[in-house]
Design a binder for this molecule. Structure first.
Ligand code: ADP
Ligand code: ZN
Length: 296
């Protein structure tokens, strides 16, 4: 057991603009971290392999930007799928890391990793049905169902849930696919497109957060109805606007309209909560992915 505790695990949070690399232990202790820009895979992947190899990690966990193959039973497992990022489309990300390092590599979406981080170390400890939503440049959801991160045919894309526009809201959607999805109406860029200023500069405009919380609460209502989560965690840059939380809770309750009566919903302050790990939920979830890969 003490041996297991000292094993060095690698964690990689692979984002569209930067890669966050870390080494730590299964208990969530982080020993070292580094950030490098996301360039073409033939440049950045060998550099990351060298970094982890130097630190002699016994396994690696990766939380990757999507869309990407995360179902171990699928042919696309570990591959980056449709992306405009040069060189990444179809790239065998997990395979290259595994061949380069010669250790087990756990692999999931960045948001599933964040969800796992919160379940293992953070705001959802001990729970086994959890939704983690990040509201930032895009909107993404990680979903854990009965202790398993949800994959299915691809992975959940619950940030693109369709929402009903508030009458009179005819702002452009920033999602190129959907005129009225959550991401297109409520991600950071959508807020900026609607109100003409970056979200962070709109803190004092109550109408901004009133509308924003409408859309978030619509989406949360659907998550509640479909997944029956025991807790919902909201992270990402936009959720730094803490005034959103009471608004979202109130509107979620109004949307549910008494149809569900559970102890969790009776205590909404503990049900809809902010991300708890100071921005490290993705990296810590990737440590847990590494631990699980080693165990398997
Ligand atoms: P990413 O989604 O790219 O990983 P973030 O979660 O930080 O990164 O999200 C960035 C988005 O969050 C930007 O659109 C930005 O406008 C918005 N944002 C960042 N900080 C704040 C803030 N304090 N209040 C509201 N919105 C913010
Ligand atoms: Zn969309």
């Amino acid at each position: 057991m003490s041996d297991e505790k000292n094993v060095r695990l690698g964690a990689l949070e692979a984002g569209g603009t930067k890669m966050v690399l870390a080494v730590g232990h299964a208990d969530g202790t982080l020993l070292e971290r580094e950030e490098i820009p996301t360039t073409a895979p033939e440049d950045v992947v060998p550099r990351m392999v060298a970094w982890f190899a130097e630190r002699e990690v016994a396994a690696l966990g990766v939380g990757a930007f999507g869309p990407t193959g995360v179902n171990p039973r699928s042919e696309s497992f570990g591959r980056v799928l449709d992306t405009p990022k040069p060189g990444w489309r179809g790239y065998d990300f997990r395979g290259e890391l595994m061949r380069g390092l010669g250790v087990p590599v756990g692999y999931d979406t960045d948001v599933n990793a964040a969800c796992l981080g919160e379940v293992t170390f953070g705001a959802a400890r001990g729970l086994d049905v959890v939704v983690y939503l990040t509201v930032g440049t895009g909107v993404g959801a990680g979903v854990m169902i009965d202790g398993h991160l949800l994959h299915g045919m691809l992975h959940p894309e619950a940030g693109h849930l369709l929402v009903t526009r508030r009458p009179g809201d005819d702002a452009p959607s920033t999602c190129p696919f959907h005129d009225s999805c959550l991401e297109g109406l409520a991600a950071g860029p959508a807020i900026q497109a609607h109100w003409g200023a970056p979200a962070a500069e709109l803190a004092d405009r109550a109408e901004v957060w009133d509308l924003e919380s409408d859309y978030l609460a619509q989406a949360l209502t659907s998550y509640v109805m479909c997944y029956s989560p025991q807790r919902i965690i909201l992270g990402g840059g936009v959720m730094k606007q803490e005034q959103l939380f009471p608004l979202v809770r109130e509107k979620l309750a109004a949307n549910i309209a008494g149809y569900l009566n559970t102890p969790e919903l009776a205590d909404l302050d503990s049900y809809v909560v902010p991300a708890s790990l100071g921005g490290d939920q993705g990296i810590l979830g990737s440590i847990e992915l590494a631990r699980r890969a080693l165990e398997a």
